[in-house]
Design a protein around this ligand. Structure first.
Ligand SMILES: C[C@H](O)[C@@H](O)CC(=O)C(=O)O
Ligand SMILES: [Mg+2]
Length: 457
């Protein structure tokens, strides 16, 4: 594996911060179950002996970020003192070690807070690697030899669906035409949809205003939150259908609000408004429930989308195998970071399920675009019926924010995974001592942080 020279790449510091934005004040990001999210993240910076840095994160909705921060601190032991080049030369081995420590695995394994912490660390390592190679992550992935890329993945528990040899073959099959696809990507970008119009906490007036705005910005696909009250859903979705017209595409997202039978009944009643997918209709763990919903809604032309809270590749495997998802929504800040996400793309390609990634939360649009660009260049080779979610929030806090124009993502050119925060953002929004948090707490907009949160400060 051609990895950077070892010299100076010993990891000498792993810093982690709790960074939160007060999105609940405007109802941004609100849905049927997350009624007041403060978009946040646990933000990792790793530093090497020669001063190179990698930045990574996992997304959260506010409270609880401190728990991930503690977990990342406990996991420092796997990274500190290691040489980054050695990690990259056996990345799958490193990934197995950090996810399967003989004692720590009891608090996972490969799920929940433990896996979110892994994602942040792993993402920071990929950011470092891309910076060392002076390439944006998508390009690093696209330029790797098939054997090298596949060697970063731990295939344990998924070889019944995909083996390393098959994954290598999938990449080799797509070698032809790759340069043309990369050129197309650079020239024309990748299509996206907006979720910005339909947060559940938004008024009907704002909904109309935002439909107008995003139509003018060139969007053809609109996602609306549903799942609290049927009459409200019908009214809001009918209004959106009227504003966007019959030729545009509507998706709805229930964020796990329903039982299986509620999901089926509710969606049959929304079917005349022609949503193409229902996202997270029920518990993110209920694979067979999703399969039942998919079967019941197929005659209505409604597919099931899920994955933003899927725990790991094994769950993805079963969703993909069972017909439980027609749209696979990988999330860049979940499962065990880039390495595990790559394995999901390979399974989706083999089982012919479209990947339409989840994005929107802090840094998610920035990160996931890299993965989907790589998929287009190297794995699926198509953009057909595929879209990246776009939400217009928190981009201004990054050195290298995603660029979306005319509803298309344009490929990042700067080295890394696009998750480096500006210093003033950290000064203002590190929780709870950032200057903005101190002001908002003083003004009574937010309560004093509790004991656990303070331990984090
Ligand atoms: C709490 C988040 O905002 C969630 O509603 C995001 C989501 O489901 C989506 O973007 O899809
Ligand atoms: Mg969603």
């Amino acid at each position: 594996m051609p990895v950077p020279d070892k010299k100076g790449l010993k990891i000498v510091d792993v810093n982690v911060k709790d960074v939160r934005f007060p999105t609940s004040l405007g109802g941004h990001g609100s849905d049927a179950v997350h009624t007041d999210p403060d978009y946040s993240c646990a933000y990792v910076t790793i530093t090497t002996e020669n001063g190179k840095q990698g930045y990574g994160m996992t997304f959260t909705c506010g409270r609880g970020t401190e728990i991930i921060v503690f977990t990342i601190r406990s996991m420092k032991r796997f990274v500190l003192g290691k040489n980054a080049a050695e990690i990259f030369s056996d990345f799958a081995g490193f990934w197995r070690a950090i996810t399967n420590d003989t004692q720590m695995r009891w608090i996972g394994p490969e799920k929940g807070v433990a896996h979110l912490a892994v994602a942040a660390i792993i993402n920071s390592l990929w950011d470092l690697w891309s910076r060392l190679e002076n390439k944006p992550l998508w390009r690093l992935l696209a330029d790797m030899e098939p054997e090298d890329l596949v060697s970063t993945i731990d295939f344990r528990y998924i070889t019944d669906v995909i083996t390393p040899e098959e994954a290598i073959q999938l990449l080799k099959n797509k070698r032809s035409g790759k340069d043309e696809r990369i050129k197309l990507l650079l020239d024309q970008g990748y299509p996206s949809y907006t979720t910005q119009v339909g947060w559940l906490g938004y008024s009907d007036e704002l909904l109309k205003e935002l439909c107008d705005k995003y139509l003018k910005l060139g969007f053809n696909h609109f996602k609306v939150k549903v799942g609290r009250n049927f009459d409200d859903d019908y009214r809001r979705c009918s209004a959106v259908r009227k504003y966007i017209g019959e030729d545009k595409v509507l998706m709805v997202d229930a964020n796990q609000a329903w039982t299986v039978s509620e999901a089926i009944e509710w969606m049959k009643k929304l079917a005349p408004l022609r949503p193409v997918w229902i996202e997270e209709p029920t518990s993110p763990d209920d694979i067979l429930g999703h399969a039942e919903i998919s079967k019941a809604l197929a005659p209505y032309g409604i597919g099931v989308a899920t994955g933003e809270m899927c725990a790991n590749r094994v769950m993805f495997k079963q969703f993909l195998q069972s017909g439980g998802m027609q749209y696979c929504q990988i999330d860049s800040a979940r499962i065990g970071g880039v390495n595990e996400i790559l394995s999901v793309y390979f399974m989706a390609e083999k089982l012919k399920v479209k990947v339409c990634p989840h994005a929107g939360g802090v840094g998610l649009c920035e990160m996931v675009q890299h993965l989907q660009f790589w998929d287009f260049a190297s794995v699926s080779g198509t953009m057909e019926d595929r879209l990246i979610e776009y939400v217009d929030q928190q981009h201004e806090h990054f050195y290298d924010p995603c660029i979306v124009e005319n509803a298309r993502y344009f490929a990042p050119k700067a080295p890394g995974y696009s998750t480096h925060f500006l210093p003033e953002t950290l000064e203002k929004y590190t929780y709870p001592n950032g200057t903005e948090w101190q002001r908002m707490i003083k003004e009574g907009l937010f309560p004093q942080p509790d004991e656990t949160e303070l331990l984090n400060a």
